[in-house]
Design a protein around this ligand. Structure first.
Ligand code: UT7
Length: 335
């Protein structure tokens, strides 16, 4: 068995900064409410007319990751792409990225696990590398939320939270034992699928039916979140996913050098930090600047932390995520 390690990483966010004050001009909200409940100060939203899309941003992040890995695009054997906001209903965005990067006819797999998408994608890629099937895999998380949010007061409970952006890593084969990805832990609980959901358009709600109903109060094609319900489950499941990895690897929380939690809400991350008695320098958060970028959030935070020199050789880095599905999980990495 081989092990897999991150050899390159990078992220891309659109230039357009949208502050809480900007939002208060288009809906009834305010900076104090958003900061107090979520920790978010600003987010990036793709500007209308920009060439950015979910796949374009994913490709931009991927180019940085490949370059930092010291590889050429033709060294990549496979793509795993996580998003809940693909450019097209089908095909998925992985194939678009394969084309945008001008790669060989390598396989491209889309992962549909929302906020846990990157954690799931890393686990999938890890298995392909461990078994020897592939040597270098591009793992990408990208999300373009802003185009599909209800930006009126009606949608404020959801729309102020989400931001656009992308991140990518190259996961490569390694023969060093005890380094790289130590373990991954994945879970789901589908009975709560509708607590954080975008119902239509879908095969349950075909477009002609939506058009025919012509109902201005139909909000089923905007994301819906039962915020407090999701919050309560998030704090429990985040903790479980971290504990599971600690136990599996015979580690304690004190040995974590950097926890990179999914950037769902700063209050959730702070709760987890207190629960595991972690110091500020043991947890990386950037939701303040980017909001919740769903499948991109963990990899954007990981890349930014690495760029700031917060991750060193030999560090124990823990990725953890929870979100729609519900799905949750963790990735334990010896850097
Ligand atoms: O990434 C996937 C996982 N997602 C999460 O883990 C998110 C989990 N949930 C949360 O982060 C929080 O529940 C939210 C930040 C979404 C909401 O915070 P909350 O403290 O649960 O607020 P709430 O939904 O209970 O709303 C409280 C009040 C309501 O007013 P009333 O009914 O008390 O008069 C809302 O209408 O705040 C109002 N409200 C707002 N006010 C100003 C809701 N959104 C806003 C807003 N600005 N943007």
């Amino acid at each position: 068995m081989y092990s897999s390690k991150i050899t390159g990483l990078g992220f891309y966010v659109p230039d357009n900064i949208v502050t809480n004050d900007d939002l208060s001009k288009i809906m009834e909200t305010n900076d104090a409410w958003i900061q107090e409940r979520t920790g978010i100060e600003e987010r990036r939203w793709i500007k209308k007319g920009s060439d950015d899309s979910t796949s374009v941003m994913g490709a931009k992040a991927a180019r940085i990751a490949i370059e930092r890995a010291g590889l050429d695009k033709f060294d990549i054997d496979f793509i795993v792409f996580a998003t809940l906001s693909p450019d097209m209903y089908f095909p998925g965005g992985g194939v678009e990225i394969q084309e945008m990067l001008g790669m060989d006819t390598i396989g491209a797999l889309d992962v549909r696990n929302q906020c846990s998408g990157f954690v799931y994608a890393m686990s999938v890629a890890d298995q392909f590398i461990k078994t020897g099937m592939y040597k270098n895999i591009l793992v990408i998380g990208s999300e373009y939320h802003s185009g599909g949010l209800d930006k009126t007061t009606r949608g404020r409970g959801v729309s102020v939270i989400f931001g656009d952006g992308a991140g990518a890593v190259v996961l490569s084969r390694s023969e060093e034992k005890g380094r790289g990805i130590l373990s991954t832990h994945l879970h789901s609980e589908g009975k709560h699928a509708k607590e954080l959901v975008l119902e239509g358009p879908s095969t349950a709600r075909w477009v002609p039916e939506i058009i025919e109903a012509n109902n201005p109060d139909d909000v089923s094609y905007y994301p819906y979140m039962n915020g407090q319900f999701v919050f309560k489950h998030a704090v429990t499941r985040f903790s479980e996913a971290i504990n599971e990895g600690l136990e599996y690897n015979g580690l304690t929380a004190a040995e974590i050098d950097l926890l990179v939690p999914h950037q769902a809400n700063l209050r959730i991350a702070q709760f987890i930090q207190r629960k595991f008695k972690l110091r500020d320098d043991q947890v990386y958060n950037n939701i303040m600047k980017y909001g919740n970028t769903t499948a991109a959030s963990v990899v954007i935070a990981l890349s930014e932390a690495w760029e700031k020199g917060k991750i060193n050789d030999g560090d124990l880095v823990v990725l953890a995520a929870f979100g729609s599905g519900f799905t949750w999980g963790s990735v334990f990495i010896k850097w």
